[in-house]
Design a protein around this ligand. Structure first.
Ligand code: BGC
Length: 371
């Protein structure tokens, strides 16, 4: 932890929200409302997995906010299994769902089932992860995923002492040894995180301030299918073998679950808990915030799932009441068939210095949750 310069205050680097109202939802916006009343309508909510806290909170937030507005909710988790997710969505359509909120496991596998939804005039909101290759995605709500990657890399550089707390270059020359991890290649977000991170790190790699000892600098080499902690642990173990005696100063990790696997590999590979490299993360999951407080993981990216849930629910409510949902981005998220009108939220870098203010004072966690 010696070299680390802590980042003071939350750095919300998200783009200024430009609010564009009234963009077309592809012709089906409001279709679910039709002539029927929205009151008590059934809404299907399909989440990828319960293996990660964030998706459990996402599911619970969306469900309760919809219920508060009087909707019936069919909330399903698909255990990270694609056929299960498809079946669950089909069942929602069959049981008369009037709108669908979907966080896809693999963004390319829902084309057929979304055609069924379109045939039944059911609007679809892609939740956090873009659904690719289908015209039948009406709206998308997520965080500014490129900025999440920028924030991950920025906190890595801050932890290494290459940037100061204000984001200015300190002139540190390193060289610092870092290894790079990416998320699941079938999750559209993973590439955005990677691009944001690499665009931020590349100048330092080019100038020799950062060195990637394994030479594995391609997304395909760094990607961890399905975001599995055990796969990240295995890759980190292999990297330690490849790089031999070279000591690592930093690891870019795009998700807290992967960071846990990476830390396990490092502590069983000769690093002590108080001399770990600077390790990043994402989602501010309880175990990882505890690890940050204990001085093991360095940073995470907090994405307030309460806000995301609210946004998705407002979109559903608007669609079912024949109102155009509000969006603030109509350019970034091209799913291969169309640019999906999106509402992007901002994320915040969290370290030991600001977790209290960002996570506890905001009521996201209690102090007791983090004990
Ligand atoms: C989400 C991240 C999450 C990851 C793994 C991504 O699609 O945007 O917040 O860490 O999936 O669950």
């Amino acid at each position: 932890m010696k070299k680390r310069k802590f980042l003071l205050g939350a750095v919300a680097l998200g783009t200024a929200a430009i609010t564009l109202v009234g963009c077309s939802g592809g012709g089906r916006g409001g279709a679910g409302g039709g002539e029927e009343s929205a009151e008590g309508a059934l809404v299907g909510v399909s989440m990828p997995t319960q293996q990660s806290e964030r998706w459990i909170s996402d599911g619970a937030n969306v469900e309760s906010s919809l219920q508060d507005l009087g909707y019936e909710v069919d909330l399903q988790f698909a255990n990270d299994d694609i056929p299960t997710q498809v079946q669950q969505i089909e069942a929602m359509i069959t049981s008369g769902a009037r709108a669908l909120v979907i966080a896809a496991i693999d963004g390319t596998t829902l084309t057929d089932v979304l055609q069924q939804a379109a045939d039944a005039d059911i609007p679809v909101i892609a939740y956090d992860r873009l659904i690719n290759g289908s015209e039948n995605v009406d709206y998308y709500t997520t965080f500014d995923n490129y900025q999440v990657g920028v924030q991950q890399a920025t906190s890595l550089l801050t932890g290494l002492g290459v940037l100061d707390a204000d984001g200015n270059d300190t002139g540190a020359t390193g060289p610092f040894n870092v290894e790079l991890f990416a998320g699941s290649p079938d999750d559209n977000n993973a590439l955005f995180f990677w691009d944001g991170a690499i665009d931020t790190l590349q100048p330092y790699i080019d100038s020799g301030v950062l060195v990637v000892p394994s030479g594995q600098t391609q997304f395909e080499q760094a990607a961890i299918l399905r975001w599995l902690p055990e796969t990240a642990q295995e890759r980190m173990e292999n990297l330690l073998t490849v790089i031999g005696d070279t000591r690592l100063d930093g690891v870019l990790s795009p998700y807290d679950g992967l960071s846990i696997g990476i830390i396990s590999a490092l502590t069983s590979g000769g690093y002590s808990a108080d001399d770990l490299p600077v390790i990043t993360g994402q989602d501010a999951e309880v175990g990882s915030v505890q690890s940050i407080i204990a001085g093991e993981q360095y940073s995470t990216i907090f994405k307030d799932t309460r806000e995301l849930g609210e946004r998705a629910v407002t979109m559903v409510d608007d669609l079912l009441n024949d109102k155009e949902p509000e969006v603030n981005d109509t350019e970034t998220y091209d799913n291969g068939v169309k640019v999906v009108p999106s509402y992007l939220l901002e994320s915040v870098i969290v370290t030991a210095d600001n977790y209290q203010e960002v996570l506890v004072d905001s009521g996201y966690y209690t102090e007791d949750d983090l004990q």
